[in-house]
Design a protein around this ligand. Structure first.
Ligand code: ADP
Length: 625
């Protein structure tokens, strides 16, 4: 229910317009107006008027070769000059007054209005306009008020559209944690009697799209209390102090409406660490200070609970997270297998499904997906069903929409040459075969060489059966070997490399680097952390924390590790060349094969292979050939 606002035009825009209008006015309009008031007459008329003593003032403009004069009423006239030796004497005799600035005096009132009053009026009008816009943006004439019906600053919803805990699937720990708050809001006396006080603030932390906002709304829904919701960025205004007064007002309103819940989304927008640097963001710091003061200001057990959400908890100011303010932290993590299945089921309630859809299979395929992504997958599947003219969603729709999320839509008109298609087929079978021939690999679910809009020309999907929380060194090494399998197959069969392995190379290097710098899986470095992860919930980029020499050594070891696994993949494929050819030919013809078909061919005849592979997640092993 976020309203869409027109982008604000910067101030300078208005001032430039005003300046242009004034310049145009002075350069074009003023001379024109002045000209318009002068009547041009012939020299004879001038002479007659002089004769009849009708001239009031006169100005002889030698350089422009003209005479400007007025009659007794003040009307201005103009005439050209003639060679006339007695002109001055004649004018003198006629009683005319010699003047130097007739035009300027033409209408003193008008010129005063035009040159002084009009610009001021324009400036004042623009100022008013700007002020109104600002007030409007800040939320109505009473700029700092939060309330029903006023513009953007507030969203005040009584019991927040009925979202309940049952609508939030998975996240059992978070729900358990928050249901205590609900209980408190229902029976505060129970807590007061024993002397327990509720945390003032609760911080929901987790990756984007895991249901933090939903959980906050569900708390309000369950407790049936008013719910104030604001995003951290809405506090930060153009002028220093506006944010702080918004905070003050929010808390004043909240106290009036207690018991209630105040939810601040993306709190990192105002709650970032104050680094004390000169020229920092004054507005943000003032807003944060005000928030801290307000949180200290209200008594415990007033019935105002503050929930806040962030996906960058490490960037928050320690003053904000200390006990007494946001003293409870509720992690809202990516859902596990069971959670994913439940989320899919919750969202599937809204669509028509064919009988017997296997949600656990879909959940397994969508490993690593957040709640929001799962909701999107279900919707994509429904859209696909509509496109196909069906009235219900099938298992295939759901599976295809996962692939759309991983690798984009199928490219209908990408035309690969025969040779390219062959290379892609060998590449993908290379991955799958290396995975299948190693211990501890997730089973292959699907192999396809249909190009996708993400640029992938094919991919091999491996799906694990259950949850997998730990990975051993061997599993990680096998994964690297699997990633190098595509290129190894190309080299083995075509004796050349293609650009298709770029994504594999990136992933393999990332894994190898993490093994050495973060997981302590290198003998030389033992258990020394060489890298720190910065944004745990937002991509998890890492920064090195070691000397330049160590970095060189890390690079060397990463290279060695990847090379070793690449050699291993080559050996596996060389030893199984016959199967490689057979499978690649099959894939070339069919374009998409299931894991079952793959295993059937692999196990046909008496080809010896090791134990049935165990499973691990290898989501979206796309190879953008
Ligand atoms: P966040 O605040 O963590 O970024 P939201 O709460 O805004 O995420 O979730 C976005 C959308 O994702 C929700 O509207 C909902 O459709 C879906 N979603 C996320 N998590 C869940 C969940 N646990 N159960 C059901 N739907 C979920």
């Amino acid at each position: 229910m976020q309203e869409v606002k027109k982008p604000r035009k910067p101030l300078i825009y208005y001032y430039v317009i005003v300046l242009l209008v004034l310049l145009l006015f002075n350069f074009l309009a003023m001379p024109w107006i002045a000209q318009r008031q002068i009547r041009e007459v012939d020299y004879g008329t001038f002479m007659d008027m002089a004769e009849n003593r009708e001239i009031g003032e006169v100005e002889v403009q030698q350089e422009d070769n003209q005479i400007i004069f007025t009659d007794k009423e003040g009307t201005v006239y103009k005439t050209g000059m003639m060679p006339d030796a007695d002109l001055t004497q004649r004018l003198y005799d006629s009683g005319a007054k010699f003047s130097g600035e007739i035009i300027q005096q033409a209408d003193p009132l008008l010129s005063f209005l035009l040159t002084w009053v009009l610009p001021i009026v324009i400036f004042v009008a623009v100022g008013q306009l700007l002020y109104r816009r600002m007030v409007k943006n800040a939320g109505g004439p009473n700029a700092m008020s939060f309330g029903m019906g006023k513009s953007n600053a507030k969203i005040y919803v009584k019991s927040s559209g009925g979202i309940r805990f049952s609508d939030v699937a998975g996240e059992d720990e978070a729900k358990e944690n928050l249901s205590e708050i609900v209980d408190y809001l229902h029976n505060p006396d129970k807590y007061k009697k024993i002397g327990a006080s509720m945390p003032k603030g609760i911080l929901l932390v987790g990756p984007p799209g895991t249901g933090k906002t939903m959980l906050a709304k569900a708390v309000a829904g369950e407790a049936n209390v008013p719910f104030f919701s604001m995003s951290g960025s809405e506090f930060v205004e153009m002028f220093v102090g506006m944010g702080a007064s918004k905070v003050r007002d929010l808390f004043r309103q909240a106290k009036e409406k207690a018991p209630c819940i105040v939810f601040i989304d993306e709190i990192d927008a105002i709650g970032q660490k104050r680094d004390g640097r000169a020229g920092g963001n004054d507005e943000r710091e003032q807003t944060l200070n005000q928030l801290l003061t307000e949180m200290d200001g209200f008594e415990e057990n007033t019935g105002v609970i503050i929930l806040a959400a962030t996906n960058r908890p490490e960037s928050l100011d320690p003053a904000l997270t200390r006990p007494g303010r946001f003293d409870r932290r509720v992690p809202v993590e990516l859902p596990d297998l069971k959670g994913r299945e439940e989320i899919l089921k919750v969202h599937a309630k809204k669509i028509h499904l064919e009988e017997g859809v296997d949600f656990s299979q879909i959940a397994r395929m969508a490993s690593g997906a957040s709640g929001a992504e799962l909701a999107n997958i279900v919707n994509e599947a429904a859209l696909r069903a509509v496109r196909a003219g069906r009235e219900y969603v099938t298992q295939a729709d759901l599976e295809e929409s996962i692939e759309v999320v991983i690798a984009g839509y199928q490219k209908k008109n990408a035309i690969l040459t025969d040779q390219e298609k062959k290379i892609v087929a060998y590449h993908e079978i290379g991955h799958a075969l290396v995975a299948a021939r190693q211990k501890n690999s997730a089973p292959v679910q699907k192999i396809t060489i249909v190009p996708r809009t993400s640029g992938a020309l094919g991919y091999t999907m491996q799906v694990e059966e259950g949850n997998h929380y730990l990975m051993s060194q061997e599993e990680l090494e096998n994964k690297i070997a699997t990633l190098t399998g595509g290129r190894a197959a190309e080299e083995l069969v075509f004796h050349s490399a293609s650009t298709g392995a770029s994504n594999d190379i990136e992933q393999a290097t990332k894994l190898a680097r993490a093994m050495i710098t973060r997981y302590g899986m290198s003998k030389d470095f033992d258990m020394v952390a060489l890298e720190t992860v910065n944004n745990q919930y937002l991509g998890g980029d890492a920064s090195l924390a070691c000397s330049a020499e160590t970095q060189t050594e890390i690079d060397r070891q990463v290279m060695e590790l990847v090379k070793k696994q690449h050699r291993k993949a080559e050996q596996i494929l060389a030893a199984d060349r016959e199967k490689l050819d057979q499978l690649a030919a099959y894939l070339y013809e069919k374009e998409t094969i299931t894991g079952e078909e793959f295993m059937n061919i692999l196990n046909s005849r008496s080809s010896i292979h090791r134990d049935a592979p165990e499973k691990y997640v290898c989501r979206g092993e796309t190879s953008d050939v």
